[in-house]
Design a protein around this ligand. Structure first.
Ligand code: MSP
Length: 649
């Protein structure tokens, strides 16, 4: 630890599951963690902020297979690829100190050692797993934990699962975990404690299945080939392997473990407040000081998901509204511990009210008046008026304490409320003192100078305290004030700015957004670019050799006539010119995609050496080629210039 530091501070976000690109809900926790990390650094702590990706598990294996690539290629694409996780954190100005991927070699080797240690100390044993498994959540459940027979976390169908597996003696730690939750501040907010104790501990903690044999994309159990380590053991220990636990890559455990706080979403509180401490107890390791379970963001009242399209895409939102505005909105609008409903209307109105009107106007009015009335810098001769000044000055000099009190409890919204109360008060102070009236007489210039000085000092302190939330904006404001000291120790002192301050004018920090126009633009974008749910790829067929391929006769045909087959909703009957003198009849089940009229005269491709067969009592001599995936079908059509009877080779 450095001499001047207040101490070390270790904070983590959940490591993201890269099964799809992230939506704005995913950014919520990372932005909050970033604000906390920046705040602690500002206070003088030596901060370690860890984030990363949790890359193993059956879902990733399945998705990679579907995409026809390896699981590693699949996760690489989402993590390091264009507009992937790393790009997103860069865009969102996330100041993490370390990024862990659970596929990193040092982590994999460490997980193998950790698993073996728990096996050797008797807390992991071999048995048979019979129960239910929720694939999307990668969670095992007992019958009694299901909600209406479905996964209690996501409400989806669960599967029966039975296989030889290793178990962790979670039951052994039930009493210690209950004590930890009920009698310490380990888990916050307090409401989450009751949820854990009543829903999971009191009904009886069962031993946890911690290995799988039905897929391979995981950390292999090195002493029992075929088993891979349960993804949550692999994931949870990232918080320690990233500091050097059971590996030589890092050496930071002594400085940063136990963690000061793990920020996690409410649905994974169970893993962090029951399974995680139990495993640490098993290895006799210190427990993290705190787990904070934040709420979920919904979108327009519905669960957020990437399939909702661009409106929840952090890239699109940041490009439209600016990174700082987006970061600010997330922490200003929703109390961190509770669920919130994200709407674009709220986002725009927060930007207009807090940022354009209150903060933006305060800065631009003050700086513009200083320049207009005094030119380059304020005069040193200034006249205080305690009656008019004291309320604002007192409010500003004590703001840091009120803000700190809230930040220490992760109450971001309340901390920002404190700052914005001061900003509103300062705007009122402008009206009360009417600088434009004072400016009319030379005699009032010292008073005018003091009014503007007080406003500039207010802005300096407010911008300083906004740094964790809007780092770029805070820096820009500070530049406009002439870069006065804005470090923590100068944020509770009024009067730091030199009397002859020389503020500089700049463009509007947050131009007002036209709500209707912007909503319409977003609406259009969503309609255009909403990500369609992909239909699964068909299973690949076995390989054939060239001779086999050559046996298929594919011929260019022209549609002479086409009609619906009576009593059939699906079939169309085609009369085709296949280049021979005799017309050829083919029946095709495509009536839901095409009308007979639109096909007459078209040039198509038919397999012409397929054995004839009867459909609805009529003979079909061949098959028309079409491309099909999900609910879409297109007949293969060629340019009309090609003659009927030409062969496809
Ligand atoms: N991989 C696990 C975490 C392992 S930590 C040892 C995981 N990953 S996740 O990608 O599914 O979720 C990451 C975080 O995003 C979780 O904390 C989750 O709660 C959070 N959120 C996902 N959608 C969210 C919202 N709509 N709103 C707020 N947070 C959300 O869980």
């Amino acid at each position: 630890m450095c001499e001047k530091c207040k101490g070390n501070f270790y904070i983590t976000t959940p490591i993201y599951y890269p099964s799809a690109k992230l939506h704005i809900g995913h950014s919520y926790c990372t932005v909050a963690t970033d604000a906390m990390a920046r705040y602690k650094r500002m206070q003088g702590y030596n901060v370690m902020f860890l984030t990363g990706t949790d890359e193993h598990g059956q879902k990733i294996e399945d998705k990679a297979k579907e995409a026809g690539i390896t699981p590693k290629q699949f996760v690489d694409n989402i993590v390091t690829g264009d507009r992937g996780v790393l790009d997103l954190w860069k865009l969102m100005n996330i100041s993490y100190d370390r990024f862990i991927r659970t596929t990193d070699d040092y982590h994999v080797a460490a997980i193998q050692k950790i698993f073996k240690k728990m096996y050797e100390n008797g807390d992991i044993y071999k048995g048979t797993y019979k129960g239910k498994y929720c694939k999307p959540c990668e969670s095992f459940w007992t019958e009694s934990q299901l909600k209406d027979g479905k996964c209690p976390d996501c409400g989806r169908e669960v599967q029966d699962a039975e296989e030889e597996a290793y178990f962790f003696r979670l039951s052994k730690y039930a009493d210690r975990i209950q004590d930890l939750l009920e009698n310490t501040d380990y888990l916050e907010p307090r409401s989450r404690v009751n949820e854990m104790v009543n829903n999971f501990i009191k009904p009886g903690l069962e031993d946890l299945c911690v290995s799988r044999t039905s897929f391979t994309w995981g950390v292999p159990v090195d002493f029992d080939p075929g088993h891979v380590v349960y993804v949550w053991i692999d994931a949870l220990f990232n918080y320690m392997t990233a500091l050097g636990f059971e590996n030589d890559k890092y050496d930071d455990l002594k400085d940063f473990w136990p963690a000061d706080v793990h920020f996690v979403g409410k649905e994974i509180v169970r893993f962090h407040s029951i399974i995680w401490p139990a495993m640490l107890m098993s290895l006799d390791l210190p427990l993290p000081k705190k787990v904070f379970g934040h709420g979920w963001l919904n979108f327009n009242g519905e669960k957020m998901s990437k399939s909702r399209g661009n409106v929840v895409d952090p890239y699109v939102l940041a490009e439209h509204f600016g990174v700082d505005a987006l970061r600010f909105f997330l922490l200003r609008t929703f109390p961190f511990g509770s669920d919130g409903n994200f709407t674009n209307e709220m986002l725009i109105s927060t930007i207009n009210t807090d940022l354009a009107n209150d903060l933006g106007n305060l800065v631009s009015r003050t700086v513009a008046m200083a320049q207009k009335y005094f030119g380059e810098h304020l005069p040193a001769e200034q006249l205080e008026n305690p009656e008019l000044d004291n309320e604002l000055v007192n409010m500003v000099s004590t703001l840091r304490d009120r803000y700190e009190e809230q930040m220490e409890h992760f109450a971001f919204q309340n901390a920002l409320n404190e700052v914005f109360k001061v900003i509103s008060r300062a705007n009122k102070y402008i009206d009360e003192n009417a600088p434009w009236v004072l400016a009319k007489s030379e005699e009032n210039k010292p008073r005018l100078a003091r009014v503007l000085y007080n406003l500039l000092e207010t802005i300096r302190i407010c911008a300083g305290l906004l740094t964790p939330f809007m780092p770029a904006t805070a820096e820009e404001i500070n530049n406009r004030l002439g870069k006065p000291a804005a470090d923590w120790d100068h944020l509770n002192v009024f009067g730091v700015l030199p009397q002859d301050a020389a503020p500089v004018v700049g463009p509007a920090l947050f131009p007002r957004i036209d709500m209707e126009k912007e909503l319409a633009a977003l609406e259009e974008l969503t309609a255009k670019e909403a990500e369609p749910e992909e239909d699964p790829l068909p299973e690949p067929l076995p390989q054939i050799n060239f001779d086999e391929f050559e046996k298929v006769e594919m011929t260019v045909v022209k549609v002479l006539a086409c009609e619906n087959v009576k009593k059939s909703k699906k079939l169309l009957k085609f009369t085709l010119n296949d280049g021979t003198k005799e017309p050829r009849q083919i029946l095709s089940g495509i009536a839901q995609y095409y009308t007979p009229e639109e096909l007459v005269g078209k040039t198509l491709v038919a397999v012409t050496n397929l054995a004839p067969r009867k459909m609805m009592g009529q003979e079909s001599c061949g098959m028309l080629l079409s491309a099909e995936r999900g609910d879409k079908l297109n007949l293969v059509m060629l340019d009309d210039s090609i003659q009927a009877g030409s062969r496809l080779v």
